[in-house]
Design a binder for this molecule. Structure first.
Ligand SMILES: [Zn+2]
Length: 326
C-alpha cells in the first residue's frame, strides 16, 4: 500500500482540494464553491463529495489515504480541530471541522491548521524553504499573515495563535491597524495599507500621477502604486519605499528572534517583483546588525496558487510522522 494525502484549503469563496503521493507530488486537484451561507454541514458535504470525486479521478482508493490536512482562516482551537468563528463563514461557530471532515467524514485521521501556517508549511516542505530548517513566511494580501518554522517545525504558541506576524509593531504609536493596535506592520505594508497610505498622502495635498487614477476609480490598489512608483512618480516611490522599510524592520526583528536561514514573501503583492524584493533586501541590509553570523536569504514564494493545498497535504504527512494526526 502506498500512502497518499489529501490537502484541503477552505476559503470563504472556494474550497480547493488536492491529492498527493508520499513525496507530496500533486496528483490532481479540484475546486468547488464554498457556499458558506448554507452552514457547516453543507460545506463539509461539499468537501467530502469533492474529495471522493478527486480520488476517483486520480485513481487513488480511499483506503490508501493516510491523512487529511485542512487549512482554514482563524480563529480556531487547532489542538482540538475546532473553528471558533470565521469572518467569511459566519455560520461556523465552535464547529468541530477536523473531525467532521476526518474521522466522522472520510473515516481518516486529520489535522486542522491556520491557513497562513499551511501555506508556510508548503513553502517549507517543498518550496522556497525546502533545504532549510528555520524559515519565516509572510503573505502580503489584504492583510499580512505569517508563519514561523523553527528547528523543522511550526511555531504554534501557547494557544495556537503564534506567528500573527502582521500584528508585530514596527512603528510605536503609528497607523491604526484593523486589530486595534497601532503601528502594526500590516498597517503599513499589506496591499491594502500600501494603497491606503498613497490615498492618505494625496488627500494630504501630495502631488502624484496617482491623483488621476484616484479621481477616475475612487480608490487605488497596491498594483497602481507600484506601477506609478516604477514609472518614477516620487510620491508613489515614497510609499513603496515605506512598504519595503516596514517589511525590512520586521525581518530584522525576526532574524534576532529565531535566526531563520530564509525569509519568504508570498501573496498577491509579490507581483510587484523586484521593485518590492530588492528594496526589502536593501532596507534590511541598512538596518541589520552587521555582525550577524550567517547569511540570510530573503526571497519570494515558489509554489503559486496551489500553496494552500500543497501545504495542507504536506502538513498531514508531517503530523502523521509525528503521531499527531487525530
Ligand atoms: Zn494589527
Amino acid at each position: 500500500m502506498t500512502d497518499y494525502y489529501l490537502g484541503v484549503d477552505l476559503g470563504g469563496t472556494n474550497i480547493k482540494i488536492g491529492c498527493f503521493d508520499a513525496e507530496i507530488k500533486l496528483l490532481g486537484k479540484t475546486s468547488v464553491p464554498t457556499g458558506a451561507e448554507m452552514g457547516p454541514e453543507a460545506v463539509v458535504e461539499r468537501i467530502l463529495s469533492g474529495a471522493k470525486e478527486l480520488l476517483n479521478e486520480v485513481n487513488v482508493p480511499l483506503a490508501d489515504v493516510a491523512g487529511v490536512g485542512i487549512g482554514t482562516p482563524g480563529p480556531a482551537n487547532y489542538a482540538e480541530g475546532i473553528v471558533i468563528k470565521s469572518t467569511n463563514m459566519p455560520k461556523f461557530k465552535n464547529t468541530p471541522l477536523r473531525d467532521m471532515i476526518g474521522k466522522n467524514g472520510l473515516g481518516k485521521p486529520a489535522i486542522l491548521e491556520n491557513d497562513a501556517n499551511t501555506a508556510c508549511w508548503g513553502e517549507f516542505a517543498v518550496g522556497a524553504g525546502k533545504d532549510v530548517a528555520d524559515m519565516i513566511f509572510f503573505t502580503l494580501g489584504t492583510g499580512i499573515g505569517g508563519g514561523v518554522v523553527c528547528n523543522g517545525d511550526l511555531v504554534r504558541g501557547a494557544g495556537g495563535n503564534a506567528a500573527e506576524l502582521g500584528h508585530v509593531i514596527v512603528y510605536p504609536n503609528g497607523r491604526k491597524c484593523n486589530c486595534g493596535q497601532r503601528g502594526c506592520v500590516e498597517a503599513y505594508a499589506s496591499a491594502n495599507s500600501t494603497a491606503a497610505r498613497a490615498v492618505d498622502a494625496i488627500k494630504a495635498g501630495g502631488k502624484s500621477t496617482l491623483e488621476a487614477v484616484l479621481d477616475k476609480k475612487g480608490e487605488l490598489t497596491s498594483k497602481d502604486v507600484y506601477e506609478h512608483s516604477d514609472a518614477g512618480d516620487p510620491l508613489a516611490r515614497e510609499i513603496t519605499e515605506g512598504t519595503a522599510e516596514a517589511l525590512a524592520l520586521i525581518c530584522v526583528s525576526m532574524l534576532h528572534t529565531t535566526e531563520p536561514s530564509t525569509i519568504v514573501f508570498s501573496g498577491g503583492m509579490i507581483a510587484a517583483g523586484d521593485s518590492l524584493l530588492s528594496r526589502v533586501q536593501h532596507h534590511f541590509q541598512q538596518q541589520v546588525w552587521t555582525l550577524k553570523p550567517e547569511p540570510i536569504e530573503i526571497c519570494f514564494a515558489t509554489l503559486g496558487e496551489d500553496t494552500g493545498i500543497i501545504g495542507a497535504g504536506a502538513l498531514a504527512k508531517h503530523a502523521r510522522e509525528q503521531g499527531k494526526l487525530a
